[in-house]
Structures are given as structure tokens and as C-alpha cells.
Design a binder for this molecule. Sequence first.
Ligand code: NAD
Ligand code: TDX
Length: 332
Amino acid sequence: MQNLLVTGGAGFIGSNFVHYALENTNLSVTVLDKLTYAGNLESLRGLPEDRFTFVQGDICDAELVDRLVGETDVVVHYAAESHNDNSLHDPRPFLDTNIIGTYTLIEAARKHGTRFHHISTDEVYGDLELDDPERFTEQTPYNPSSPYSSTKAGSDLLVRAWVRSFGLQATLSNCSNNYGPYQHVEKFIPRQITNVIDGVRPKLYGAGENVRDWIHANDHSSAVLRIIEKGEIGQTYLIGADGEKNNKEVIELILKHMGQPADAYDQVIDRPGHDLRYAIDSTRLRTELGWEPKFSNFDQGIEDTIRWYRDNEAWWRPQKAQTEAKYKVQGQ
Ligand code: NAD
Ligand code: TDX
């Protein structure tokens, strides 16, 4: 049985991946997670004890990372500081975790000859005009806008350089915006759902014309498993499910499913440098590796996500007041 070392496995996408991998394969999983404000052990409850181990630690801790990478078959690297708004107010942790943390992991993977998969984002490509007929592909030049996306771009370039210079056995993937259970309430969709539950009006940045290309976290997980299994070393794969929606449409959909009038939201100060549109062309992943998304009904996906937040208030409630207090200082 192969063992995966999943960094950031107590976060949103990492925890969804761990559940998905343990349910759909016979792999065993070790999670390495620092449990920052974004990590939550409750997201990893109920996993099979004989196939799952949790280690609390920092991916910048070279000694710990060296030991864990030496004991594993494949590293799947999700750990990151992930929120754009935070990166605009305090960029330093983004440099430490996203750049130095990735460097620490790939040094260990190169030393031990360990297979490595790097998780990244479509934000490294910058943004598109609303009417641009082209979408992002693996050939799109890097042009990140925020401290978050520039540190993710930097981490991608480190991995690519380690492949070329040192023969690191790595693949990379850049995915679009994920939604689903276990997402922190600082992020757009859970923030609005939990606001409505609390009787607070959702908060739309600016006019809400910004477009995101939504994909369910389970589709991201199935794509990552496919790349680990069949991906070509050194290659980058874009992951997307043709889910473009503007933010105003998403808020209106949430309000509809929660029994509120379509205009029951507030417009607040826009995010500085706010990327206008992301859109992924995932042709390579579909044609070369035969991957297809399964959760393509966004309307249904949002309804299920609303139900999850209603049913799991104990999971998100401890983070809610602090998160909103931070946004209030920013006028958002
Ligand atoms: P998240 O913020 O929910 O989770 C990040 C996890 O990493 C947390 O559990 C945190 O405790 C852990 N972590 C942070 N710093 C660490 C460190 N120094 N050492 C060990 N663990 C640390 O993030 P997410 O939304 O689940 O994103 C996961 C990955 O997917 C990131 O690499 C992100 O760039 C990428 N990604 C996210 C999206 C999205 O829509 N959220 C889309 C594409 C790619
Ligand atoms: O309250 C809000 N109101 C609002 O209009 C918040 C929190 C966000 N927004 C807007 C900003 C974006 O256009 O919604 C959109 C989505 O915002 P976020 O959830 O913060 O995501 P985004 O900035 O698009 O980045 C996400 O997708 C790519 C993840 O956080 C990144 O980790 C990932 O790389």
C-alpha cells in the first residue's frame, strides 16, 4: 500500500482530498499541518485509524520535513497561506510558508528521490478581460497580481526549476476556485452563507462583476489523484470544470436557496488590485489523462454546501466572530 504525505491536510481542499482519497483508494495518508487559523482537526474526524496519521508541524521545519518525506512514497503539497485579503494586510507569512515552505519540501524530496505533486492556483496567470475569448492554458505567461498569487507563482517556479536542474520527480496543477464543505468562513461562499444564517446581509466587493471559475473540491481531488497516477513528470496540468459565474450571480443564488430577496446584500469597498476574471481551459488534463468533472451542477452544489453549513454550525461558529471583526476594520 502506498503512503501519501499530504501537507495542509487540515485545511479546506487538503481535508476534502484526504476524505476523498481514503474513501476511493486503498492508499494510506499522513497529514503534516501546522494548524494555523485556517487548519481544523475537526475536518479530519472519522477517518480509518489504520490508514491515517496526523502530524502537527511546520513545512518550514527542515528536520521534520526531511524525516517525513523520507518515510513516504508521494508528497501532495497543499499547505499554504491561501487568502488574498490577508496577503494584502500582512504578506510576510505568505513568503514564509508559500516560498520557504515549498523550498524546504522540494529539497527533502530531491534528497530522497520522492515523487512530489505541487498544488497551485489559476491566480498565477493574473486575470482576463470579461470578453476575452481565450482562457488560461498551461502556456499562459505568469502575471500574478497579489502577494498571495505572487508567492504561489514563486513556489511553482521553484518546483519547475528543481525538476529541470535536479531531476525532481514532480508534477504541478493549477486549479480554479473551489467550493464545498470545510471551507473557512473568510472565503466568499461560506462567508455569505454563514452571514445569512446569522441574519447579516452578504457583502459583495464592488459591483460584483468579477468572474470566478467554480469547481467542487471533490472534482479537484479526483483530478489530483489522476495526475499522481498518470501525470507526466515535469508537466503542469490546469484543473477546471467550466464553472464561470460572476460574484453577483453567486450571491443571488445563495440568497435564493436561503429564502431571501435577490437584492438583500450590501456592496462594500472593493479589494485593491481585484482580479477581474479567471477561466481555465483544462483540455490537457481531459485529453491526455482522461479526467472529467462529476459535480457540474453548480446550483445543486451550492444547495448542498448551504445544507452542510447549516448542519455543521459547531465546525464554523468558533471562527466567525473573529473573521467578521477583521473584515469590519477593513470596511468590508
Ligand atoms: P486553507 O487556508 O483552507 O488551508 C491551508 C492549510 O495549510 C491549513 O490547514 C493550514 O493550517 C496549513 N498550513 C499553513 N501554513 C502551514 C505551514 N507553514 N506548515 C504546515 N501547514 C501549514 O487553504 P485551501 O483553500 O485549502 O488551499 C489549499 C491549497 O490549494 C493552497 O496551496 C492553495 O494555493 C491551493 N488552491 C486553492 C484554491 C481555492 O479555491 N481555495 C484554488 C486553487 C488552488
Ligand atoms: O466577502 C467577500 N465578498 C466578495 O465579493 C469575499 C470574501 C470575496 N468576494 C469576492 C472576491 C473574489 O472576486 O469573491 C471572489 C472570491 O473571493 P475569495 O473567496 O477570497 O477567493 P479568491 O480571491 O478568488 O481566491 C480563491 O481562489 C483561488 C482562493 O482563496 C485562493 O486560495 C485560490 O488560489
